[in-house]
Write a new protein. Structure first.
Length: 300
């Protein structure tokens, strides 16, 4: 077996171990599913971890109402194929009930509003562990995370109060009302994820491959043109051949000009790229500490 395959199998084994630890230590875990490649890999690993039994916890998708149609279609097909329960938390419902206030203006986004909907969903269903697909290489705030990341009774994260994780011993003890965020892909890199997708032949939404789309350029990022995306006077809609490198709310998902039509093409493109994976995420450009501030408030 090549070094690359050995490396990927070691990462796979580590992640499956974490998934099984979660099933053993917690009463009501849930897998946070966004429809992006990392959560899809998480679903694949969970399937392998518990096969031939079904995955022993539901999936939770926080729907901003501004998701790509391709993401929702793929999500529904996947949960049906895996025979898992899907719970959807609606940001639009949070807006309608006054739990959050929709942003206005050219840079309005529903991405930040997800936090309240997520915390409300975790509380409503009494989940005590939420599995996420975040990786330490993505962003400096996420590099501070443990595999088992403690959240207080308000769903907040204190990066200075994280528990040591020695010899793969994970401490899931908590007080009433607290919960954990679990990150089985912590030690994976973006390249690891793509090579594993190729190795396992994992299906992905078509958004990850080159396609033609109406877009506009803002703050060094190509964004998808939709009716709710308000254009500035100097911005114009163009048709470009693009693909998603990471998928989130339409308002903050940057698109990459690309001709990558296969997994091999994507891997080659990433290997030569000088832009980080989240370099095209508009929500991360709001401030230097944008991600950390959101995480402290209860974000993924």
């Amino acid at each position: 077996m090549s070094n690359k395959l050995t490396h990927l199998r070691e990462l796979e084994s580590e992640s499956i171990y974490v998934l099984r630890e979660v099933a053993a230590q917690f009463e009501r875990p849930v897998l946070l599913f966004s429809g992006g490649k990392d959560s899809i890999v998480m679903a694949h690993l969970a399937y392998k971890a518990f096969y031939p039994a079904t995955i022993p916890f539901p999936f939770l998708h926080i729907d901003t109402g501004h998701n790509f149609e391709e993401t929702i279609t793929f999500r529904d097909e996947l949960v049906q194929r895996l025979k898992v329960k899907l719970i959807v938390g609606s940001v639009q419902e949070s807006i309608n009930t006054g739990r959050v206030v929709e942003e206005q203006g050219y840079n309005a986004s529903r991405n930040k509003l997800q936090t309240t909907t997520l915390l409300d969903s975790l509380e409503k269903y009494k989940f005590d562990a939420a599995l996420g697909g975040a990786r330490r290489d993505e962003e400096k705030a996420r590099a501070k995370e443990r595999f088992f990341s403690h959240r207080d009774e308000f769903g907040q994260w204190d990066p200075k109060n994280q528990r040591p994780e020695l010899w793969n011993i994970f401490n899931g003890k908590k007080n009433q009302g607290e919960h954990f965020r679990i990150f089985p892909l912590s030690n994976w890199t973006e390249m690891d994820v793509w090579q594993y997708i190729l190795l396992e032949n994992i299906a992905l939404p078509s958004l990850y491959y080159t396609h033609e789309r109406e877009v506009f350029f803002r703050n060094d990022v190509w964004l998808a043109a939709y009716p709710f995306m308000k254009l500035k006077p100097n911005e114009k809609i163009e048709v470009k051949r693009v693909r998603c490198r990471t998928i989130g709310d339409i308002s903050c998902t940057g698109l990459t000009i690309s001709e990558a039509n296969t997994l091999e093409d994507i891997i080659d493109e990433i290997a030569s790229s000088r832009v980080t994976e989240r370099g095209g995420r508009a929500d991360d450009k709001r401030s230097e500490a944008a991600m950390e501030d959101r995480k402290k408030a209860g974000y993924f």
